[in-house]
Design a protein around this ligand. Structure first.
Ligand code: F0G
Length: 462
């Protein structure tokens, strides 16, 4: 058999409201051309994010009914804690309402002004939380990771030489921890190899620097190790995941990704003294240590999701559907980050629209065009998200890549939905020479991409 099928049947459905091109043009104009400002009802296929958008299983919904909502000592917490300990191997488990809450608690406990935190590539909330503590966030991807068209099995790897040089320059005392993001989301959803995890871990241990894994997509990363790294083909994904975490001293986790849940997260470590300080902060802003801002039912759903996400038939289907989208658009010439990532494909908007300079936001143009074309919502990961406006000159400092991410929610869309997305991308590709850029009309001082308003520099939608 050649066809990899969705390894589930559909039990509950959610209608999609179909819209016309004219309606979408109107919606986008009213949203200041920012797809974050659209109502989801006005979106046909929502590929804005794979975060919190998964379809839960019948077992998870049953778990929701079993949730123990006790303020303290909830049965659901102990189930959650036991699962996290078993899957991740860390003793201290601190539940949080989502990943960024775990980040905030970790960084505000260990980071100070003058500190430096390396990572393969920091996700936007990770960077923002590090910078909010006064520390500096430094991205150290391998050189191949910065070249979208270049295939490499482990493009998410961290540049170990660059890490050693950074520690040499600033001194280990100023590096309170090192992070590794699996898979590397901001760098194209690319995996980190076990060899790289081990090498980074060795450098960190030799300098007494704790290594933390940003584990949002750990199961996808573990499965890619199984498929691509020598010596892992016969190992189970669960074993590979345990080996990954054995290289680290702790992790942050957003259960909205590989937790197969709609909300939740945690911070985990083996350092009991540090965990005590972190729990003090948790109580202040998230909640009591046995619920941390979550309902008991959420803790149940996450515990079950963490088991289901390690099923290899699920992971095989998951990676196949992302690869299917990537291969079908690439075959027609659409430039994408190669190879397709674990949770998303990333279109190289700079190569898609070479006549639109970074200052005119080619990624934003492509996102707007995809929405008007077919009601598909993607997200710009380029100068809008990571660039900066010079407060004095007003000049735009461009990001290192101009990407558009089409992220696949887990277990939500079928192959015909993906075929529809392929058609839409190819239609926009065909008329690419007639697409122009955008300018920013209004922006917030931090994380501007969420709320910015844009204006087209060309007759948009005509
Ligand atoms: N780390 C990574 C690598 C992420 O991708 C995200 C979220 C977070 C941390 C923060 O987790 O949302 O639960 O607070 N990424 C989402 C995305 C938002 O669309 O990629 P959170």
């Amino acid at each position: 058999m050649r066809t990899i099928i969705e390894p589930f049947k559909i039990k509950v459905v959610e209608p999609i409201r179909m819209t016309t091109r004219g309606e979408r043009l109107e919606c986008l104009r009213a949203a200041g051309y920012n797809v974050f400002r659209l109502r989801s009802e006005d979106v046909i296929i929502d590929l804005l994010t794979d975060s919190g958008t998964a379809a839960m299983s019948a077992d998870q919904w049953a778990g929701v009914m079993r949730g123990d909502e006790a303020y303290a000592g909830s049965r659901s917490f102990y189930r959650f804690e036991e699962t996290v300990r078993r899957v991740f191997g860390f003793e201290q488990v601190i539940p949080t309402h989502q990943g960024r809450a775990a980040e905030r608690i970790l960084f505000s406990t260990v980071c100070r002004p003058g500190h430096v935190v390396p990572n393969n590539t920091h996700f936007d909330t990770t960077r923002a939380n590090i910078e909010a503590s006064g520390a500096r966030a430094v991205d150290l991807p391998i050189a191949e990771g910065r070249i979208p068209s270049l295939p490499h099995p482990f493009k998410g790897n961290l540049d170990v030489g660059a890490l050693e040089r950074l520690i040499g320059e600033v001194g280990a005392a100023r590096v309170p921890l090192c992070m590794l993001t699996v898979t590397n989301n901001a760098g194209g959803g690319q995996p980190v190899s076990m060899a790289n995890l081990r090498a980074v871990s060795q450098v960190c241990r030799s300098h007494g620097i704790p290594l933390y894994i940003d584990a949002c997509r750990f199961a996808e990363n573990a499965y890619l190790i199984k498929l691509r790294e020598e010596g892992y083909a016969a190992r189970s994904v669960a074993e590979i995941a345990r080996e990954m975490f054995s290289c680290a001293d702790g992790c942050t986790f957003s259960a909205k990704k590989d937790g197969l849940a709609n909300i939740g997260g945690f911070l985990a470590t083996n350092d009991a003294r540090l965990a005590e300080l972190e729990r003090d902060l948790l109580i202040l802003t998230e909640g009591f240590p046995t619920y941390g801002g979550l309902a008991g039912r959420d803790l149940e759903a996450i515990a079950i999701g963490l088991e289901e996400v390690l099923h290899e038939d699920y992971l095989q289907y998951r990676l196949a559907s992302v690869r299917y989208l990537g291969e079908h658009v690439f075959r027609e010439g659409v430039p994408i980050v190669q190879p397709p990532g674990g949770h998303a494909i990333y279109i190289d908007a700079a190569a898609f629209l070479p006549h639109v300079p970074p200052q005119e936001l080619p990624g934003q143009s492509l996102v707007a065009e995809l929405y008007v074309e077919a009601g598909i919502r993607g997200v710009e990961i380029g100068t809008v998200m990571f660039g900066r406006t010079d407060p004095e000159t007003g000049a735009e400092e461009a990001a290192s890549m101009e990407l558009v991410r089409l992220a696949m929610p887990r277990r939500v869309y079928t192959q015909s939905h993906v075929d529809y997305v392929v058609e839409a991308v190819l239609n926009v590709w065909e008329r690419r020479s007639r697409i122009g850029g955008f300018r920013i009309e209004h922006q917030a001082p931090v994380l501007r991409h969420f709320t910015a308003r844009f204006a087209p520099l060309y007759p948009f939608g005509s």
